[in-house]
Design a protein around this ligand. Sequence first.
Ligand code: ZN
Ligand code: FE
Length: 250
Amino acid sequence: MTLTVHQFPCLSDNYGFLIRDDATGQAACIDTPDAAAILRELKTLGWTLTHILNTHWHPDHAGGNAEIKAATGCQVVGPAEVERLGTAPDRVVDDGDVVMLGETRFEVINTGGHTLGHITFHDAADQIAFVGDTLFALGCGRLFEGTPQQMWASLAKLTALPDATAVYCAHEYTASNARFALSVDADPALKRRADAIFAAREKGEWTVPTSIGLEKATNPFLRAPLLRPDIADPAEAFGAVRAAKDSFKG
Ligand code: ZN
Ligand code: FE
């Protein structure tokens, strides 16, 4: 393991992630949900921030960029859409680009759908992916900007990663996702996972990170073609499950 991940809850249900390339000591934050919390954690760790890596433009992901950049002088790396908050990233990246944090190599994967320009940062050597609001434990991001077809293609890029890949999602939505999943899927593996999730959350434990393998086995959005055999097109089956979640009152 050459990348250390420091995870902490912030805002109402976000996770902040500070990461450090152990070989060089370079450190980055994945998104900037809460500038004060991120700067405090950095101080506690004694890390020097060199980069902000943004997944998408939403304020709970890029809203702290200006304050953190002013405090640390770090470089902002992200999709062009981050400019919608007022300032363009220092380096705009998209699908296929490579971002180095010291000796750690992140491949940028375009995972649009939640927002059009949403990206994922994938560190293949350490089997780690920072997926923002694309894939959640038992869930996926709402389609604020993209189509079901776009989001399905994005999710397919993530499920093509090795099963052992650790998936760092940006929110702790898992218990509510589990309630919806149980309403559309009677699979015993899902039932076992949901029980474990409810027990963990009652103890205040985190359910993030998850893994690609676990999500492929139990996430109702990834299992949409199986859950909706009446819909021939996989992306449309996904769209139907996504629409059901949008109107789910659980
Ligand atoms: Zn978002
Ligand atoms: Fe978010």
